[in-house]
Design a protein around this ligand. Structure first.
Ligand code: NDP
Length: 280
């Protein structure tokens, strides 16, 4: 048996998937930690996610990351869910175990690690504004609440979806002592310590129409999107004096958390982040 055949197999499953940086990241983690594994890209047909996963398991695979548009299907397919995956209603990490499939969601903890540890902005006791109420916003809410912020306000273009998120996560408010509420963009009051853009507006080079005053004097503006150049949201925020950061660190940190779930070893992330930043 050659070395590759002995290695544990992992993949990122999506459609499209060719753009994914995950194989690069996991190859670096494996080399750094001495773990014998392979990590590939798997393009699943839009109507064939479950069949792709089943076939991958049949071939002896040990786990997978799941990306657009299959995170909800992955959630439905898991036999067991972590608390954060259940709260998010979406799964980006599958671990294939002898007695079934474990579904987890590492996006939120990846973002929180990037903000708190890498960028040095604590969330405890702070006012946090979350723009957007789609899958990404839902995925990060429980990890944000777990940091004990003073207040989390969710603002979304479609107000009903922001209200729905508040209702969905109200039960988790016991883990922190602040408030959780929804607002319209134009009604946002006061300023915030951390403003997170979890909308996909940057993809269309648009900025959610928030009053610039939402950015407090030492605010961090975080765009989950990442690109070679600062996004329009980052340029808007920097123009009003905020520190800015994009979602590349979130990508690397969510990968590190998946790696930990699969292998029980926590890789170091700074080096690969610096390399990807150079390539971006
Ligand atoms: P969804 O499609 O689930 O949600 C999109 C959200 O963006 C909705 O809240 C939508 O509002 C809002 N939106 C879209 N266009 C605009 C606009 N022009 N102005 C204001 N709001 C708008 O997407 P996701 O939640 O999955 O992804 C959101 C972003 O997060 C993407 O840019 C994605 O690339 C990024 N992301 C980054 C990750 C990382 O690792 N760095 C991981 C996951 C996501 P409405 O409800 O009104 O339609």
């Amino acid at each position: 048996m050659n070395a590759v055949a002995r290695s544990a197999r992992y993949a990122v499953i999506g459609n499209p998937v060719a753009h994914s940086k995950s194989p690069q990241i996991h190859a670096r983690f494996a080399a750094q930690t001495g773990q014998g594994l392979t990590y590939e890209r798997l393009l699943a047909p839009l109507d064939g996610f479950a069949a792709t996963v089943r076939e991958f398991i049949r071939q002896g695979a040990r786990g997978a990351n799941v990306t657009v548009p299959f995170k909800l299907e992955a959630h439905a397919m898991a036999d067991r869910l972590s608390e954060r995956a259940r709260a998010a209603g979406a799964v980006n990490t599958l671990k294939f175990e002898a007695d079934g499939i474990l579904g987890d969601n590492t996006d939120g903890v990846g973002m929180v690690t990037d903000i708190v540890r890498n960028a040095g902005f604590a969330m405890a006791g702070k006012r946090i504004l979350l723009l957007g109420a789609g899958g990404a916003a839902r995925g990060v809410l429980l990890p944000i609440l777990s940091e004990n912020p003073l207040e989390v306000v969710i603002a979304n273009r479609t107000q009903a979806k922001a209200l729905e998120l508040v209702q969905r996560f109200d039960a988790h408010r016991g883990t922190f002592c602040g408030a959780l509420r929804a607002s319209e963009f134009s009604n946002l009051q006061g300023n915030f310590d951390i403003v997170i853009n979890a909308t996909s507006a940057s993809l269309a080079a648009e900025v959610p129409p928030v009053p610039p005053a939402v950015l407090g004097p030492h605010a961090l503006a975080y765009d989950m999107m990442y690109a070679g150049q600062p996004t329009v949201f980052m340029r808007f925020a920097a123009g009003h004096g905020a520190a800015v950061r994009d979602g590349l660190g979130m990508l690397v940190e969510q990968a590190a958390e998946s790696f930990y779930i699969w292998r029980g070893v926590r890789p170091e992330t700074a080096q690969i982040y610096a390399e990807l930043r150079q390539l971006a």
